[in-house]
Write a protein that binds this ligand. Structure first.
Ligand code: NAD
Length: 499
């Protein structure tokens, strides 16, 4: 009997649905490992109703008590990080160590959430007029939802729910249908940590479940992370029903290499950031931009043998730098893009197509792929590949590198490698990208800074986690108060002023 991965509503797993069941794969073997429930509108409605009821008490629970649940959750996550990493890898395909890294980066957000009571204490102004005090403080929104992508099945949900919960909201998570199990494991740990039933719920599914969330009048805010077309759709539809929305989209991240850069450092950084997690990271570097032919020639000479030797394998292969892609469709799509690069005249230095792993012949594996002399009008440049493919676009000077990045519709991450402080400072200041690395290839901000791209990489006003999370998951109330001793007799008909 195939295992069924279901919803988590009011502290209980429900493994039946009135909707369909969809196959979940182990990408390393290529075989079906389970089936996931594709929730219906009614099932989402049930989860939202439960969350609405639970939000009443949870929102009134003292904030230090809410934070204590997160402290206990943090300890449980640490104790279970190996198990969670295995669950992630079994459905995502990434190596075990990479999955552990994802859990650690998610844990950092949990740690931040433990300190939220300090950030929601509000402000107080005494005696703003005779006998009058004013104070402002944030309150929870009620029920908020998260819709998440396949590539970080634990970390991206953790960008959302720990902060939302300590802010006093209840949460409905709709994880990716391709790797749904991590969500249920985290839900069980939250319960063990003492979170009341109904405060955190999971609805599995696809478009029907997402649309039900976007349209549901009981949900106040939606956090989304995924591809740009869907992010745009989520933003448009959910804001039209009056919701607060942050919708993080796709990316095309460039690394500029100036002639004075340390080439060993550049090579190491490019290998890790382009091929780690098989390039399935929204902050992966997918375009190398060497400035000048001399730099480009040296870079290609250094990178070619390394990409050829790159080991690919199942999650527990200690020698593997990366694992399989998420689905066969994804593998086919990326192989097609590689062919388009060849057809449109890019120089294919290393071709990862047809990569076979012994004992895992049906896995969704693609070897490291390296292109030189890619032009901005080619499909391989224009599309978000989301695979282990590095394109090199040669430019003649620094300004051309800036123009290339500015003309790209995405603005998630970028990096510059140089020893020149002036050049780096100019880049940081002028580049129209939300997250910038100086000699750092994947500049994912730590949990106490917020994460977010610009342009087509984010729709909405708030970046995710960090200080901006407080603004996103709460609403302010301002109170003006006066006690009887300060009240002068007689009605005032003019607009109230300080006098
Ligand atoms: P995706 O957009 O296909 O799916 C994301 C979520 O949207 C999933 O939960 C999915 O079920 C849902 N969804 C998919 N199609 C839908 C539709 N037609 N209507 C309603 N809902 C739909 O993304 P993915 O393939 O799971 O993840 C990869 C993408 O996510 C890449 O584009 C990557 O750049 C992006 N991403 C961005 C960030 C970031 O921080 N900006 C982080 C991680 C991933």
């Amino acid at each position: 009997m195939t295992e069924v991965i279901g919803n988590y509503i009011k502290g209980t797993q429900i493994t039946t649905t009135q909707g369909d069941y969809q196959d979940v794969f182990n990408p390393a073997t290529g075989s079906v490992s389970a089936q996931v429930c594709m929730s219906t509108t009614e099932e989402v409605d049930q989860a939202v109703n439960v969350a609405t009821e639970a939000a009443k008490d949870w929102g009134r629970t003292p904030s230090p008590k809410r934070a204590q649940v997160m402290f206990r959750f943090k300890r449980l996550l640490e104790e279970n990080s190996d198990k969670l990493a295995r669950i992630i890898s079994s459905e995502h395909g990434k190596t075990h160590d990479d999955a552990l890294g994802e859990v650690v980066r998610g844990l950092e957000v949990v740690e931040f959430a433990c300190g939220i009571p300090q950030l929601i204490k509000g402000t107080f102004s005494e005696q703003v007029a005779d006998g009058i005090d004013v104070y402002s403080f944030p309150q929870p929104l009620g029920v908020v939802a998260g819709i998440t992508p396949f590539n970080f099945p634990a970390m991206v949900p953790m960008w959302m729910y720990p902060n939302a919960l300590v802010c006093g909201n209840s949460f409905v998570l709709k994880p990716s249908e391709r790797d749904p199990s991590a969500s249920l494991f985290m839900a069980e740990l939250l319960k063990q940590a003492g979170l009341p039933d109904g405060v955190f719920n999971v609805v599995q599914g696809g478009k029907e479940a997402v649309d039900a969330i976007l349209d549901h009048p009981g949900i106040s805010a939606v956090s989304f992370v995924g591809s740009t077309p869907i992010a745009k759709y989520i933003y448009t539809r959910a804001t039209s029903t009056g919701k607060r929305v942050q919708a993080l989209g796709g990316a095309k991240n460039h690394m500029v290499v100036l002639p004075d850069a340390d080439m060993q450092q550049v090579t190491d950084a490019l290998m890790g950031s382009a091929f780690g997690s098989a390039g399935e990271r929204c902050m992966a570097i997918s375009v190398a931009v060497p400035v000048g032919d001399q730099v480009a020639d040296e870079l290609m000479e250094r990178m070619t043998p390394l990409v050829k030797e790159l080991q690919v394998g199942p999650p527990d292969d200690k020698n593997a730098a990366m694992g399989a892609l998420i689905t066969r469709d994804s593998l086919n799509r990326i192989e097609g893009l590689i062919q388009s690069g060849v057809d449109q005249g890019a120089e294919l230095l290393v071709d990862g197509r047809g990569y076979k792993v012994q004992g895992y012949e049906n896995g969704f594996f693609l070897g490291g792929t390296l292109f030189d002399k890619v032009r901005p009008e080619m499909e391989i440049y224009k599309e978000e590949v989301f695979g282990p493919v590095l394109s090199t676009v040669r430019v003649n000077d620094y300004q051309e590198a800036l123009d290339l990045i500015h003309n790209n519709p995405y603005g998630n991450g970028t990096a510059i490698f140089t020893r020149d402080g002036d050049a780096a400072r100019d880049f940081v200041s002028r580049i129209e990208v939300g997250m910038v690395g100086v000699n750092v290839p994947i500049p994912v901000p730590v949990a106490f800074h917020s994460f977010g791209g610009w342009k087509q990489s984010l729709f909405g006003d708030h970046h995710i986690y960090g200080p901006e999370t407080i603004h996103f998951y709460t609403r302010m109330k301002a109170v003006t108060s006066r006690w009887p001793t300060g009240i002068k007799s007689g009605a005032v008909y003019n607009f109230p002023t300080l006098n």
